[in-house]
Design a protein around this ligand. Structure first.
Ligand code: DAH
Length: 338
């Protein structure tokens, strides 16, 4: 009889430990405590059976019963602490889950185009400079030989900050600023933002230009042609047709606009090129000696050429984009295509 109670106590203890190991919440552990150690719990019920035992065996059975109770209480405490620690650690990390992909940013097409153009010219020996977007009338117009109140200023729809200050309408003022700062030889390109009061499918109030300026001894129109033809062939393709067409700018004499064979129709004539087969991509010319007067260069010593082009325009032609505003809407579905 005492052997039976002892055996029952031990199997009860084993059963309780198995249950405890499966308990996943404090509530489940508490329910097990009540089931095994409570007043109506398993251990108590078994001990009540001790009443029928001979007095001399009771201490022996009592010893086992106490041990089982203490061990169970200990196990319950341990499990409770373990669950609390697990909760404090937070949810388990599933190391088999695939990682979250981080989206990498990329340069905007305008930035990329500027970088590409800049790289072509730096390979030819040009340096890169940048200048202020809020510019004095003096640099934007006057020192570039735009006479005051002269109709040539109407070529640009100027945004005025005050009488003497404008948002630069082109990057050309950096020609003057560069020559003020350094003596020849000058080989510089200037990328940057420019502003005009203009807005439609091919014009935005803010756009980008790249200016180029070369001044040195014996620079000729042949150098201008060589540099610009080389640029066009590198930027578009080695067999792109190029032509120089006489034009006028106040700060160059003679002046030429550069056209390339239409990238859409290959020169046959289409809507994009207005049936001419040609697309204008930049303005250029030999630096007008009048400009040298403003920077104390001696026109008998040096000559030079300059050019300026619109980045958006050139990118639209290269990538077949028909609305300039797409550059500035930041629609990722557009931007990601390039
Ligand atoms: N600044 C002119 C414009 O915005 C473009 C230009 C023409 C720049 C001739 C030049 C140049 O440097 O030589 O329309």
């Amino acid at each position: 009889m005492p052997e039976k109670i002892k055996a029952d106590l031990i199997s009860l203890s084993e059963e309780a430990r198995d249950d405890l190991a499966r308990a996943e919440t404090p509530e489940e552990v508490e329910a097990l405590r009540i089931r095994y150690l409570g007043k109506k719990g398993g251990v108590s019920v078994l001990l009540r059976g001790m009443g029928g035992l001979a007095p001399e065996v009771r201490p022996e059975v009592g010893l086992v019963a106490n041990r089982v109770r203490d061990e169970l209480a200990e196990a319950i405490k341990a499990r409770t602490e373990e669950l609390a620690a697990r909760k404090a650690r937070g949810p388990a990390v599933d190391v088999t889950l695939p990682g979250r992909r981080r989206r990498l940013g990329a340069s905007h097409l305008i930035t990329r185009t500027i970088d590409e153009i800049t790289a072509i010219f730096t390979r030819m020996g040009f340096n890169v400079a940048e200048g202020p977007e809020i510019e004095l009338d003096y640099y934007n117009f006057e020192a570039l030989n735009f006479p005051k109140d002269h109709p040539t200023r109407d070529m640009q729809d100027t945004l005025y900050v005050s009488d003497r200050v404008v948002l630069r309408t082109h990057t050309s003022p950096m020609q003057v600023r560069t020559m003020e700062r350094q003596r020849p030889p000058v080989w510089v390109i200037v990328p940057g933002k420019t502003y005009r009061r203009d807005s439609d499918v091919t014009h935005t109030p803010m756009f980008h230009q790249i200016e180029g300026l070369v001044v040195d001894r014996d620079i000729t129109f042949g150098d201008l042609k060589g540099v610009l033809i080389s640029f066009v062939r590198q930027f578009f393709s080695p067999d792109t047709a190029v032509r120089f067409r006489p034009s006028f700018f106040p700060f160059t004499e003679p002046s030429a606009e550069v056209d390339i064979g239409c990238v859409i129709c290959g020169g046959r004539g289409c809507r994009t090129c207005g049936q001419t087969g040609w697309l204008e991509i930049l303005g250029s010319g030999m630096v007008d000696p009048e400009v040298y007067k403003f920077v104390n260069y001696d026109p008998d010593e040096v000559t030079g050429f300059a050019f300026g082009m619109g980045i958006e325009r050139i990118a639209m032609l290269k990538y077949g984009i028909d609305d300039i505003r797409l550059f500035f809407e930041n629609n990722l579905r557009f931007l990601k295509q390039f």
